[in-house]
Unconditional design. Structure first.
Length: 199
């Protein structure tokens, strides 16, 4: 059930970040009013949107209800879980549109303040054998001193980020290049996987 709660939080974060209205009446069930962009990305209605745009009409994005509670699979809503087609569609959308983003910590400071450069990567490791299993990792790497921070997305929840730098803040050039930073994180993930039980 913990993994289902991870999916639930992921969906909430994903849809809120994409400006969709999210309604949650109880744990395990979400209703989402899609935006036009999200409807186009997730609902597979290209002919509808082509018609709407060709005729100059205003389209009606759809509303989705997701059910993540395995005890209520027959109730209203689309059953969503790791491996479900809708979740895969969301992952694919993120792979295409959300691979890279460059943000700055928002600060209100009265004197010049240096911002440290970080590289954050999110990984999903999929194991496949008699059973399937997935593990999610959020790893941050300080590009000045090489420090790793795990569960980085949890750490960032309490920090305001923005696409532009705050007044009186400045950046420094990273000592570790982005490509080298990725390689360090990849090496950690590879070593982690190799140390798991594989039978």
């Amino acid at each position: 059930m913990d993994k289902q709660l991870d999916i639930e939080q992921f969906l909430k974060d994903f849809f809120i970040a994409n400006h969709c209205d999210v309604i949650q009446k109880k744990t395990g069930k979400l209703t989402v009013q899609l935006t036009v962009d999200m409807d186009k990305a997730l609902m597979n209605r290209p002919f509808y949107w082509q018609y709407v745009e060709a005729t100059g009409n205003v389209g009606q994005p759809q509303k989705l209800t997701f059910n993540m509670d395995p005890n209520e699979m027959t109730s209203e809503g689309e059953w969503i879980h790791f491996g479900s087609p809708r979740l895969e569609k969301i992952y694919n959308h993120l792979r295409k549109t959300g691979k890279f983003i460059h943000l700055f910590e928002e600060l209100q400071v009265s004197k010049n303040t240096m911002l440290h450069p970080w590289l954050l990567t999110n990984y999903c490791i999929m194991y496949e054998g008699k059973q399937k299993k997935e593990e999610l990792f959020s790893i941050g790497l300080n590009l000045i001193n090489g420090t790793f921070v795990f569960e980085m997305m949890d750490y960032l929840k309490d920090i305001n980020l923005a696409p532009s730098i705050s007044d009186r803040c400045y950046t420094v050039s990273p000592l570790i290049k982005i490509s080298s930073g990725y390689q360090r994180i990849e090496n950690y993930i590879h070593e982690y996987v190799m140390n798991q039980q594989h039978e």
